[in-house]
Design a protein around this ligand. Structure first.
Ligand SMILES: [Zn+2]
Length: 344
């Protein structure tokens, strides 16, 4: 089995810091905008004060070294015969999800955030709150951006079942939010997208770009899953959002979060169809980023990491690798496109 040290010795632009975490290995100067980050206080759990010091991030979303493969999206080695039958994989799936959230809430502190920004030449994090029907975490993200206006940009997050959706979004626009983020599934919406479409239209009215968690793992076979597991795996598939975009104005600015994970090729097709849409690249690979550049150009690709769920350095190193021959594309993906989109 390869150690972490052996892995980084093989990957240009990656090294390990004193704690043994991944960090950028690059000599030039970059003022990067990371378009997909969270903090300890913006999650749908108990709010954790980001000022707390001495917490260590474990990056629970990363596979262990044995299962790590940086050449596939999500960086987890693919087993084409992966079995997800019965109730056990569903329980495991929920427990893993909970552990990831716990780690983010524990380690998404200012201390860890600034360390990671310094190590990875990141000037600004776009903070994406995750609201539910019950808890709106938008104001927590705003607090972060008011505390450190140079280091953070706040998106809001309003759930489509929120009865004050319209008033809230108009108010959030006035307060200085720059866009809206949501993580939602077709299961939660019971396959009825009326309210989500309404939410998108309000965002369009106020000029908010909208970033959603998009994508599915495509290597798992239908016959190897239970009905419920299959539904869960497909519940944020790219096709859902592509279909909704057909009902929205052509200049609505939608951002495919995570580049659609394993569905980045389908994302590329939608990017061609919808000229105002963008791709955020967290968890993508050198080759998938190259594919996207070749298919749709670099002007609508945005670097994002999903920190503190994932380290900022890995997607970053993949963007650098994919743009080795094109300094201009590199700058656009790392910050110019984000600046244009956010009007900053
Ligand atoms: Zn995220």
């Amino acid at each position: 089995m390869m150690t972490k040290q052996q892995l980084v010795s093989k990957v240009k632009y990656l090294k390990l810091n004193n704690d043994g975490d991944f960090m950028l290995d690059y000599d030039g100067k970059l003022d990067i905008i990371d378009f997909h980050t969270h903090m300890s206080n913006v999650l749908p759990l108990k709010i954790v004060d980001p000022h707390i010091v001495g917490k260590k991030l474990k990056y629970k979303t990363l596979p262990d070294m044995e299962n790590m493969d940086l050449s596939v999206p999500y960086w987890k080695k693919i087993n084409p015969n992966e079995q997800k039958r019965g109730i056990l994989p569903i329980i495991k799936f929920s427990i893993e999800g909970y552990k990831i959230f716990k780690d983010m809430a524990n380690g998404g502190t200012y201390e860890n955030c600034f360390k990671s920004q310094n190590e990875n030449m990141i000037k600004t994090n776009v903070v994406l709150p995750l609201s539910t029907k019950k808890y709106d975490r938008s104001m927590e993200a705003l607090k972060i951006s008011k505390d450190y206006p140079n280091k953070f940009i706040a998106f809001c997050s309003v759930h489509p079942y929120d009865s004050e959706m319209k008033e809230k979004i108009y108010n959030y626009k006035k307060l200085g939010f720059k866009g809206l983020k949501l993580k939602i599934t077709d299961i939660e919406l019971k396959d009825d997208f009326t309210l989500l479409t309404k939410l998108f239209k309000i965002c369009y009215e106020v000029g908010f770009p909208v970033l959603l968690h998009t994508g599915a793992l495509t290597h798992i076979k239908r016959e190897n899953t239970s009905n419920l597991m299959w539904k869960i795996l497909k519940s944020t598939r790219v096709e859902i959002f592509g279909r909704l975009l057909k009902e929205l104005p052509k200049d609505f600015k939608f951002i495919f979060g995570h580049g659609g994970i394993a569905e980045y090729k389908l994302v590329a097709e939608y990017i061609k169809e919808f000229p105002s849409c963008y791709v955020e690249l967290s968890c993508q690979t050198e080759s998938s980023i190259k594919y996207l550049i070749n298919e749709v150009g670099y002007e609508r690709l945005l670097f994002g990491s999903d920190w503190p769920a994932l380290p900022q350095a890995i997607t970053l190193s993949n963007v650098l690798l994919a743009t080795e021959a094109d300094e201009y594309a590199r700058k656009h993906i790392l910050y110019e496109n984000a600046k244009n989109l956010l009007n900053i």
